[in-house]
Design a protein around this ligand. Structure first.
Ligand code: NAD
Length: 393
């Protein structure tokens, strides 16, 4: 038993609070329970299910539709002295609540890019569910090892030429210019290998070959577009190239014409472990939070995933833009929101940071990712850092 405090290093927190993670999962479950539901899938595979959009997808599917869920995660248990990763605690809590509510939930912990993990998942589907009717692909990974042992690392750089704009140093709360250098061709290729659609396609091929995916299944992967000040680093940058590939993959999966429909859902910019590492974007997000909260349209991952499942994907028909993408960034991209964000962006500097941003909201969401700062949790109390994920024990 020990008292756990946050220890932030760079873009991550190296500790996580099991009771805080549990309370956060509970509040996401309660949000979904409190809302009306569409008719949705019953057997859902979520790849990248332990944090951020993937965790919220799993919760939204399970608690909107009473769906059985299999989650693929890549997380560390506690070794007795160090905390487990927050994704581990989230998953332990999710399985515990699911069991209490009579919902099937199993988890596979390991590298989703590997054949071994795909085989394990297929075995569980065969044994327990027969077939899945929805596959959510929500990986955000820094690297991928392919079958031949090659390691590809993704980079967050521009394409073509350097780009200079404002960014925030969250350690010192100062705004300064940053120049992001262009990625080399091999770096762009590696980023596409990691964050593009190749592995998503591999998953769908493997599920089809094993006959464990329904003919009318739906599969969704997540992307981001954002406003102009983020384009050089995101939509037009190395990660954007990977997202273009993901989009092409969606078209290819659907074009196979065997009934499976693949969609890209363009989600809102939010604080997650992955987005915190992107230059320029955290400053944008902290302004966006202020503007969206002031306009009463702010959402977190769970509100976004509620809308995805209940309003966009499983209503009367799938609601997409003209390019067949689901737009959960609809509120973020509203003209009044973006005009207000741009006005703050143009004047923002270290000395007016508090007036132009919701930095407190940004920081609070960052700590919440690791289970800190959650209402009702006693952070001075001793807690057991060893938690089990029932289906893995
Ligand atoms: P996240 O870091 O919160 O979650 C990523 C998940 O992937 C975690 O559960 C992690 O454990 C899992 N994972 C990573 N590597 C893995 C591996 N090798 N095997 C198995 N699991 C692995 O990230 P997120 O922000 O929720 O991102 C999910 C998706 O949503 C990404 O495609 C991202 O680009 C997209 N997206 C994010 C935002 C945003 O602002 N955060 C906006 C739009 C779209």
């Amino acid at each position: 038993m020990t008292v756990i405090k946050p220890k932030v290093r760079g873009f991550i927190c190296t500790t996580a609070h099991p009771d805080g993670c549990k309370a956060s999962v509970k509040s996401q479950i309660n949000y979904i329970k409190s809302r009306p539901h569409a008719n949705g899938p019953k057997k859902v595979l979520v790849i990248g299910a332990s944090m951020g959009y993937g965790l919220a997808s799993r919760i939204a599917a399970a608690y909107s539709f009473n769906a059985a869920t299999i989650g693929v995660i890549f997380d560390k248990p506690s070794n007795g002295s160090k905390c487990a990763s927050s994704g581990w605690y989230n998953t332990a809590a999710f399985e515990e609540f699911a069991a209490e509510d009579g919902l099937y939930a199993k988890t596979v912990n390991g590298d989703a890019y590997s054949k071994e993990i795909k085989d394990k998942v297929i075995e569980i589907i065969k044994q327990d569910l027969g077939k899945v009717d929805a596959v959510i692909y929500s990986l955000a990974a820094p690297r991928r090892t392919t079958a031949d042992g090659t390691v590809y690392s993704s980079v967050l750089k521009t394409v073509g030429k350097p780009y200079t704009n404002k960014t925030i140093d969250l350690k010192t709360n100062t705004v300064h210019d940053i120049t992001v250098e262009p990625a080399s061709e091999p770096e762009i290729e590696a980023t596409v290998k990691v964050m593009g659609g190749e592995d998503w396609q591999d998953w769908i091929n493997a599920l089809k070959a094993a006959d464990v995916i329904e003919d009318n299944a739906v599969t969704v992967a997540y992307s981001y577009i954002g406003p102009e000040m983020t384009h050089a680093i995101y939509a037009d940058g190395s990660i954007g190239k990977a997202k273009d590939h993901l989009f092409e993959t969606a078209k290819n999966i659907t074009a196979a014409d065997d009934g499976i429909k693949a969609y890209i859902s363009v989600n809102k910019a939010l604080v997650t472990q992955s987005s915190a590492a992107i230059p320029i974007v955290p400053l944008y997000i902290s302004i966006l939070y202020k503007v969206m909260k002031e306009n009463g349209v702010h959402e977190g991952c769970i509100e976004q995933m509620y809308r995805l499942f209940n309003e966009k994907l499983y209503g009367d028909k799938v609601i997409t833009d003209e390019e067949c993408r689901i737009r959960l960034d609809d509120l973020e991209m509203q003209e009044n929101i973006q005009t207000a964000v741009a006005a703050f962006w143009n004047q923002i500097a270290t000395d007016n940071l508090a007036d132009c941003t919701d930095l407190d909201g940004y920081n609070s969401d960052f700590y919440k990712l690791f289970g800190f700062g959650i209402d009702g949790v006693d952070y001075d109390a001793d807690t057991d850092i060893q938690r089990t994920i029932p289906s893995l024990s």
